[in-house]
Design a protein around this ligand. Structure first.
Ligand SMILES: *[C@@H]1O[C@H](CO)[C@@H](O)[C@H](O)[C@H]1NC(C)=O
Ligand SMILES: *[C@@H]1O[C@H](CO)[C@@H](O)[C@H](O)[C@H]1NC(C)=O
Length: 331
């Protein structure tokens, strides 16, 4: 919209230039000169470039967003804030930042990556420097794996060459062909350069459900022991997470090779969400549409969801997934 308006404005401007030109050639060239300079700066203003104006990390913003918008994830919020701030504030990182986000569906893994993107890139997820890959969408046919590998490597190389601070999000990592993961390993490592390109300022984020069960089990153990979920520390989930990820046949392959080489900098666990978090999600969805959050509606939405385990009904089966579209039905 903004761009259209400026274009119209520029068009009007050039009409004036033409009119002025009818009278005085000197004034005309001055006006045209100013006009050209103006449109250049307007182009720079609207067109995303890989510089401070478009790529600038806001550490306070990220911390606040994680604290206020990502519900029920004290561990993930803490780890992500620390990891991303440490990395972005380091002028000379030794390797790209590699985060592996784990947890049950609907717990906020995608949303957390959105918050990271929004606090690094002015255009957030719409930035040309943020790339999302989904196994089923981008690499659906096992038979074409060789083509995909070459393509993915070229994309990563091309994009990092254009902007060192590029971000790559791999959704549903457990569904990625292990060969594909292998093909990106060189970019995640401590190399100074690969084929003349340095990948050290890039960010890679892997999303997966792998290890989700073990995180749920830990959360349930705390709940059964009457302990608050906020007491759960990284060490409480870390061991079981690593074990279950190693032992999972589907995710085992890629994880083993990434873990063996210490290419993943942080494993980030996402806890299963409870009733009260679903209520928070529903209220946030209403706010996002510019409405006053309605507690009664939020409660109705949360009550309609399924919870597990069957007897205790503690955690939402789908977390906060589909809440964005669901609340309107109950309003
Ligand atoms: C960083 O984020 C904070 C909190 O959202 C905001 O108030 C501030 O204006 C942001 N800073 C910049 C430079 O955008
Ligand atoms: C950057 O990645 C996108 C995929 O997200 C791809 O379409 C594009 O060709 C890549 N750019 C370069 C210069 O390789």
């Amino acid at each position: 919209m903004k761009a259209t308006r400026v274009c119209l404005w520029l068009h009007a401007f050039s009409t004036v230039v033409v009119l002025v030109g009818a009278f005085d050639p000197i004034t005309t060239s001055v006006v045209i000169g100013i006009g050209a300079a103006l449109s250049r700066s307007i182009y720079n203003y609207l067109h995303e470039s890989c510089d401070q104006k478009w790529v600038a990390f806001n550490s306070t913003g990220l911390e606040e967003d994680l604290g206020n918008k990502l519900f029920g994830q004290h561990l993930a919020s803490h780890i992500i804030a620390k990891a991303v701030s440490g990395f972005m504030n380091n002028a000379n990182p030794k390797k790209p930042l590699v985060l592996s986000l784990h947890g049950w569906t609907g717990t906020g893994k995608n949303f957390a990556s959105v918050l990271i993107a929004e606090n690094i890139y002015k255009k957030g997820m719409d930035s040309n420097f943020v790339h999302v890959f989904t196994a089923e969408l981008h690499f659906p046919h096992a038979g074409q794996m060789d083509t995909y590998k070459t393509q993915l490597q070229q994309w990563i190389k091309g994009n990092v060459s254009a902007c060192a601070h590029s971000m790559f999000i791999f959704d549903e990592m457990d569904k990625m062909h292990p060969g594909l993961i292998d093909s990106i390993k060189p970019y995640l490592d401590y190399y100074d350069k690969v084929d003349g390109v340095s990948y050290r300022k890039a960010i890679f984020i892997f999303l997966s459900n792998a290890g989700g069960e073990s995180i749920v089990q830990t959360a349930l153990d705390f709940w059964n022991a009457g302990r608050s979920r906020e007491e759960i520390e990284l060490k409480d989930v870390e061991t079981s997470l690593a074990l279950s990820v190693f032992n999972n046949k589907r995710s085992g392959l890629w994880h083993t090779s990434l873990i063996d080489k210490n290419l993943v900098d942080f494993f980030v666990p996402f806890l299963p969400l409870e009733y009260k978090h679903v209520v928070q999600c529903a209220k946030a969805a209403m706010s996002a549409q510019g409405l006053e959050p309605d507690a009664v509606v939020a409660d109705k939405v949360a009550r309609e969801l399924l919870y597990f385990p069957k007897s205790e009904r503690v955690f939402s089966v789908k977390g906060c997934k589909t809440i964005d579209s669901k609340w309107e039905y109950y309003a």
